[in-house]
Design a protein around this ligand. Structure first.
Ligand code: KG4
Ligand code: ZN
Length: 348
């Protein structure tokens, strides 16, 4: 297919983002202009994302961000081949803002609109950054999702595992909150863990050994609460030890759960010669975690997988991945969406 330039819009959570991405005629990708505005400060006082505040902040920022992304890319709206906007899953107010803006631009310019599933954006990012070919496995670990997904092709995904309770990022955030650490909790827990003893507490590793590929993290959070309550008053040393032990439990859990998924992938594809260089891709904000990266890297080394971790800015929420998903769908000849496409807060 000819080179494509796609405008992407992302507003599903607490990042307002716009991006212009190029897909060249050989299928390679390049980010031409990319802007992300985090609402972290608007929400930090509340210890979590407040949907109404998020939606209003998206309204205020989005138009200027789109103009900025186009400016940085050096293209006008007329030179864009299609518009891709996240239409779910996520917070409904923000989704409405982004999708309606995308529809308005599509209507005004006469260009096709792609209503993109946010998870599809995460799933295809490794093809933009690393030119990965299908099939591969993706572990998505963010504040809202913990999923192991088989990526077979554009629009062809199988969910192999998901969390039956808290998302992994949520477990970090809740643990941080009950230890009195700042929001967002992931970076704070990781920092505190550096000085801690990972052997001091033997926290549970839910579902380890289970034949399914699901995850569970709420029991871990409960165990942390009980450990902290038993110690009252909790010292800095206690907090460091709890955080280190918490991360150790997660590392062991991931090793078991993801390891099982990699073996299944090998049995289904690599053995049949369909994936000569099997790969595991990580995405989502928790991918910033050093312990998680080390765990996945050594797991991949042991099982003969290539471990692909896109640059952090493309692991967390961004619009380049949404633009890229639109480009992939357009190039694959998949139909665009109508202007009646509806935002979907839940969209597995
Ligand atoms: O993908 P993301 O930026 O946004 C959404 O989930 O919408 O992920 C944010 C999550 C938060 O739960 C945050 O605590 C977690 O990623 N996170 C981390 C780290 N950095 C961010 N978790 C563990 N270790 C980190 N270094
Ligand atoms: Zn995300």
């Amino acid at each position: 297919s000819p080179p494509l330039r796609i405008l992407g819009i992302e507003t599903s959570c607490d990042e307002t983002a716009a991006s212009v991405v190029l897909r060249d005629d050989e299928g390679g990708g390049r980010i031409l202009g990319d802007v992300v505005l985090s609402q972290l400060e608007e929400h930090s006082a509340y210890g979590g994302v407040v949907p109404e505040i998020a939606a209003r902040a998206h309204v205020e920022a989005l138009d200027a961000l789109i103009a900025e992304a186009l400016l940085r890319a050096g293209v006008t709206l007329r030179e864009i081949d299609a518009i891709a906007a996240t239409s779910g899953p996520g917070l409904i107010g923000g989704l409405i803002v982004g999708l309606m803006t995308g529809k308005a631009i599509a209507r005004a310019t006469g260009k096709p609109l792609y209503a993109v599933n946010h998870l599809e954006g995460h799933a295809l990012t490794a093809r933009l950054t690393d030119g990965l070919s299908f099939p591969y496995l993706m572990l998505l670990v963010s504040g809202g999702h913990t999923q192991l997904i088989l990526v077979k092709g554009v629009g062809r995904y199988e969910r192999w595992g998901t969390t039956i309770d808290d998302a992994l990022g949520e477990a970090f955030d809740k643990t941080a909150k009950l230890l009195g650490l700042p929001y967002p909790g992931g970076p704070a827990v990781e920092r505190a863990a550096r000085a801690g003893d990972p052997e001091r507490f033997d926290f549970p590793r839910p579902l380890v050994g289970d034949a399914r590929l699901d995850f569970s993290f709420s029991g871990l959070k409960t165990a942390v609460r009980q450990a902290a309550q038993a110690l009252e008053p909790v010292t800095d040393k206690d907090i460091a030890d709890i955080c280190a032990s918490f991360q150790r439990a997660i590392s062991r859990t991931l090793k078991d759960r993801v390891g099982r998924g990699l073996k299944r992938f090998k049995a289904e594809f690599a053995a049949a010669g369909e994936a000569a260089h099997p790969a595991l891709v990580v995405a989502g904000g928790v991918a910033a975690n050093e312990m998680l990266r080390t765990t996945l890297q050594s797991l991949c080394d042991a099982l003969g997988f290539r471990f692909v971790a896109p640059p952090l800015a493309l692991c967390t929420d961004n619009a380049a991945m949404i633009a890229w998903a639109g480009a992939e769908r357009l190039a694959a000849g998949l139909p665009a969406d109508g202007l009646d496409a509806a935002p979907r807060s839940r969209w597995p």
